[in-house]
Design a protein around this ligand. Sequence first.
Ligand SMILES: Nc1ncnc2c1ncn2[C@@H]1O[C@H](COP(=O)(O)OP(=O)(O)OP(=O)(O)O)[C@@H](O)[C@H]1O
Ligand SMILES: [Mg+2]
Length: 321
Amino acid sequence: MKTEHNLAAISVRGLRKNYKGVPALDGVTFDVKRGELLAYLGPNGAGKTTTINILSGLLPRDSGDLAVCGVDVAKAPVRVKQLIGVVPEESNLYPELTSRGNLLYVGELYGLPRAKRALIADQILDQFCLSDKSNMPFRTLSRGMKRRLTIAAALVHSPEVLFLDEPTAGLDVQSARQLRAHVRNINQRGTTVLLTTHNLLEASELCTRILILIKGRIVAEGSASEIAERLDKAKRLAVKLSGDVDEAQLREHCPSVMGARLEGDTFILDVIDTHSAIAEVVSFSEKRSLQIVHIRSATPSLEDTFVKILEEHDAGDGGPR
Ligand SMILES: Nc1ncnc2c1ncn2[C@@H]1O[C@H](COP(=O)(O)OP(=O)(O)OP(=O)(O)O)[C@@H](O)[C@H]1O
Ligand SMILES: [Mg+2]
């Protein structure tokens, strides 16, 4: 028999949610291991917040099985609330209460004894580098500090699992970096973290595993490099030739070249096999007395891959057509 310790921190099976008949989550299944820092990556409207709201008991699901540390979310929502900390997109703290006051209040809500509340509030303010702001009303803090304090408040009752909904949205580069360091630190202290983001760089920098959610479905899962590899098998070459030649001629004479386009003075070739394509380009250039100025691999970056996945799933909010 499994002990509670061996159970996944979060288990989601076949989760579905419709808003007025329109699916927001269309059969989502995933696990988060204990101690993991998982990125739940997706564009606007993918269903990230809906997932977090359902997992934290704020929103009912239509169907599916959900558990946090083995506790069924539908059957024991109160027990689940003790196990989780939730940091929503918009802060839920009181603007007029001080930083410390907010933490003490959260401690009271969770039923911590007065002395313990004070001890934890001070420890957490220190951990999040906010001790010097302890007597400042929340509304007077900078955006980065507000975000930090909101995360701090979600940790007052020492949850096993932390949900962070777009924690760095709207922060400048430096504040976002500081915040990511805090998130890493929280995870290293043993808290499992599910972090939603639409920022691919953040996901790959911070998290060992990424789930990509598009239109309520998980379309990819793995480490950043696994995702890039699995979803973009096409290999690419960048070739610069001296002399008169166009894309159609390259495609016609080089069977391994599936697609060709000109970017500035360089051809970007989508190829089936890099070695054969290089050989074909070399032989084509010799026959035409063209010089190869350079030829190099141009395998798509992770960001290219992500954009391609979004395009394949027609996932953007829409731009000019
Ligand atoms: N209360 C609601 N009523 C109707 N539709 C909703 C409601 N909340 C969300 N939706 C829809 O459900 C889908 C998923 O929304 P959700 O907020 O979960 O996405 P998200 O991934 O968090 O997006 P974002 O990155 O913009 O925060 C969207 O199409 C959204 O319009
Ligand atoms: Mg959201």
